[in-house]
Design a protein around this ligand. Structure first.
Ligand code: CA
Length: 483
């Protein structure tokens, strides 16, 4: 059965009608659809409308003017599988158990999304939604005999089929585990067995967008039941590496842009990185990929509008983590720097969520409970959820706000070690704990030092103490063995 009206919309409006603020009065008369666009490795700073980077994102720019933009959103553990599992379950890695990326090195430790975890998609499926997943999943461990495709031919194996019993309520399935050949992606469709995947000679995001458009149009009820509300997630692999696998038309957008104009940040290493001159080599293609994702996102948004679905669909645009691309001598992510942690978070629900920019310190485990809350399923948020339901804050602007976000990074099999930290509106603290070494501590004042060049952990002792206490709060809450 579908709950048709988020009860707190009514309550909030009643309160606000008493003179505190203006508010939309009409509650939705039909169930609310959900559409999530989730590119991989897109840093939150890389959107044109923010004015931080010279990247061309006209569709996101337009969408931002219709959306709540959370410009301080982060990925707590900036790599694929732990964050994706946090998005699906609303739990931190300490509780969903995906302590590292799903691959053949971590598979002996059983780091994969548990089949019995209750994901937001399970909840919506139980509530009568038609649910669809398109693109990268990366929440299953590869199993021998390994599927014979790229990404499984090196020392570490990555790609795996997701059997129907591990699809967490998704009815329509067109996905893969990990496969980075963007110009010739591979997929398992709904009924395909493990051996019957197929390849497509088209840029992954373009192909997935074609399919998402078909899903939205749903000619002949082929993709879903038109009488049911839907929830569709489109999980695009770009702007994930390899960065040169991007159509020429998007590369051309940056042909005339002087490379020097894209090197404005003082934390881009002058002499290149240990990976070569990584930033200079890849930044144009990284931006081209983002422009490509933006272009496909625009196509999906145009279809939503032309199908008359715009008003009644919550749209979320976010990513699993960011990308240093050589900044701080880091090849991509899995660190506490801003470029790695910050992610896009734009959410639109016309007439209910007022367009604005908000500095809420949201992070990935909050997404699922907030989406369920917005859609009227507050009572159905699984009790094991760690994240916070911010739906009321999204709708009214009011509500409790956290003081910090958790950061973490773990080496396979060493859950009690690795890095933990907190990020506040002003500071980032990171403590690296290894078995035989003294703890390494980094503290950045992101107001005075936005490029995180000066470690003030020895100088700002009181701030370090205060933030360490804040971190302990997170570690107690998540029952982290690191503490
Ligand atoms: Ca990723």
């Amino acid at each position: 059965m579908i709950q048709r009206t988020p009860y707190y919309v009514t309550i909030a409006c009643l309160i606000l009608m008493m003179g505190l603020k203006s508010c939309h009065w009409n509650s939705p008369s039909t169930p609310i659809n959900l559409l999530i666009i989730y590119p991989d490795q897109m840093r939150g700073q890389a959107m044109g409308f923010l004015g931080l980077e010279h990247v061309k994102t006209p569709h996101l720019d337009q969408f931002s003017s219709q959306s709540l933009v959370l410009d301080q959103a982060v990925s707590n553990y900036p790599i694929c599988s732990p964050t994706r599992a946090s998005f699906m379950t609303g739990q931190y890695p300490q509780n969903h158990g995906v302590w590292s990326n799903c691959n053949s090195l971590s598979s002996p430790f059983n780091y994969e999304l548990p089949a019995n975890a209750k994901c937001w998609s399970d909840v919506l499926s139980e509530k009568g939604y038609d649910t669809g997943y398109i693109g990268k999943w990366h929440l299953d461990n590869p199993r021998p005999p390994y599927i014979d495709v790229k990404n499984n031919q090196g020392h570490v194996k990555w790609n795996e089929w997701t059997p129907p019993e591990r699809r967490h309520g998704f009815d329509f399935w067109y996905a893969y585990g990990t496969y980075d050949h963007h110009n010739r992606p591979m997929y398992w469709s709904n009924e395909a067995s493990r051996d019957s995947f197929h390849f497509v000679d088209q840029w992954g995001p373009a192909h997935e967008t074609d399919l998402a458009i078909d899903y939205l149009k749903n000619k002949g009820n082929k993709f879903r039941d038109d009488n049911k509300p839907f929830a569709l997630m489109v999980s695009m692999n770009p702007p994930h590496m390899p960065y040169d696998l991007v159509p020429k038309k998007y590369k051309l957008l940056y042909d005339d842009v002087p490379l020097d104009s894209l090197l404005q940040f003082p934390n881009i290493p002058e002499e290149g990185t240990k990976w070569g001159d990584y930033y200079r080599k890849n930044i144009k293609n990284y931006y081209a990929m983002i422009s490509g994702v933006d272009d496909q996102f625009g196509r999906i948004m145009a279809t939503l509008k032309s199908q008359g679905l715009e008003k009644n669909t919550v749209v979320l645009f976010a990513s699993d983590h960011g990308n240093c691309l050589g900044i701080h001598d880091e090849i991509s992510k899995n660190n506490h720097y801003e470029e790695s942690m910050r992610i896009p978070f734009l959410i639109r629900w016309p007439e209910y969520i007022q367009p604005r920019i908000d500095d809420l310190l949201i992070s990935t485990p909050d997404f699922a409970p907030t989406l369920l809350g917005l859609m009227g399923f507050h009572e159905d948020i699984p009790p094991e959820t760690d994240g916070t339901d911010y739906s009321n804050l999204f709708l009214t602007g009011d509500g409790e706000r956290p003081d910090s976000q958790l950061f973490m990074s773990v080496n396979v099999g060493k859950e009690a070690f690795g890095a933990r930290g907190v990020r506040t509106h002003r500071y980032t603290l990171m403590i690296q704990k290894d078995l035989d070494k003294k703890d390494q501590v980094e503290l950045f004042d992101n107001h005075k030092d936005p490029f995180q060049l000066i470690n003030v952990s020895e100088k700002e002792i009181n701030i370090k103490k205060k933030l360490t206490k804040e971190l302990e709060g997170w570690l107690v809450k998540t029952k982290d063995p690191w503490l």
